[in-house]
Write a protein that binds this ligand. Sequence first.
Ligand code: MN
Ligand code: MN
Length: 476
Amino acid sequence: MKEGKNKLEEKLLLKRENGWDKTGDKKSVFEFAEEYKVFLDKSRTERLCAEEIVQLTKSCKTYGFMFANKAGLDYEKLIFVNRGKNVALVLKGKKPIEEGINIIVSHIDSPSLHLKQIPVSEDGNSGTAIFRTHYYGGIKKYQWVSRPLALYGVIVKQDGKVVNVSIGKEKDEPVLFIPDLLPHLANKAQKLSPNTNISDIIPGEKLCALAGSIPIEDKEAKERIKLNILNALYEKYGIKEEDLISSELMLVPADDVRDVGLDRSMIMGYGHDDKSCAYTSLRALLDIVGNNIRPERTVAVFFFDKEEIGSEGNTSASSTFLEEVMARLQGRNTDIERNLRVFRNSRVISADVAAGVNPNWPEPNEMTNADKIGYGVCIKKFTGHGGKYEASDANAEFVGFVRNILNKNNITWQSGEMGKVDEGGGGTIAKIFAKRGMEVIDVGLPVMSMHAPSEIISKVDLYETYRFYKAFLMEV
Ligand code: MN
Ligand code: MN
């Protein structure tokens, strides 16, 4: 009897396998993680990440990628860069483009604290100068206080000259810091009212960072500490207060990327969402090119900006950048009908992270359909919220197609949704590609502590995701 039951179990039940049990190649898993850690460390803003993607692509000299605006129409390996924040890499295949493209799309922006356009104020109460911020993306504000922050970005002068800013990353540089209230005085000031969400215990306007505390010597001046900070900026970057109005400056965590766990199985870092998917898709494409493989179908990887604020803006997935790349690939032979056919025949992996179950907070999950770190790539038929609102909900045919790729390549994978029904939810850029008529599904790795200044991923999931992206790109 028992044997019969086990046979049926074997025959019928969905297997949920631990990636560490299944992988035969732990050495490659750990080596790949080290390379990713270097990438993540350098990619703290979308601009820096775009730069790093281009650098990694160009540094493989034999790969022969060329910027699209410089390459001839028939050239096979192309880099497109949009305003320094948005990149696409294309490798033309043997088949005509009308048969469709295999595309992986991810995003390279992450939640952060943007400096306001008039950021520097003198605070007489505390005797300090502060940087006022406006948060970017969905954050729990209390997580961003009492921790080292680095300041990155650009300041554009009136004559168009761009000044790059980077303070706080190197060990000998100062960091920025948002002071929290001491527990001794927090009883009233930070008491939660029944309607306050934990994300808002610290109001947005209280996310001001300490900029300095030494006044300039001229005692006649009014805001002497603020002036000293502006003077420091002037001496280092040659800018004045008005120049900050045309700036994009952001505070991001200054923490190092570190291994987590006594077994070093996990990685703590800022911006795994979504640079873990960006890196794995980049590596997948560069590996194909590096091995001198000419795929059957044209393959492309896209890295977008502005996903964390709803994909608006001309560097987001909703911009015309995709059309621009597609038009360029079709050369002079473009017409609407042909263009739509390319879209219809294309397959897209929306490469974005999933929510891994948190040991302290299993409550929001329905465990049969929850993703766990260490259990491989997550496929998500749909995202959205409530009754699948704002989800593109992949066609079952395409889910089957992806499942086939996963299984025939022996990749560890799982299927989950973000939390219990009506518990919350979230969206990705998948629906933007679905609107264009492409087949699309979300596939990425699980993250714990998502959108926190440091997030957690598993090294084995990272590696399995990379293996899947490569197999997907090569699929005929
Ligand atoms: Mn994401
Ligand atoms: Mn996100």
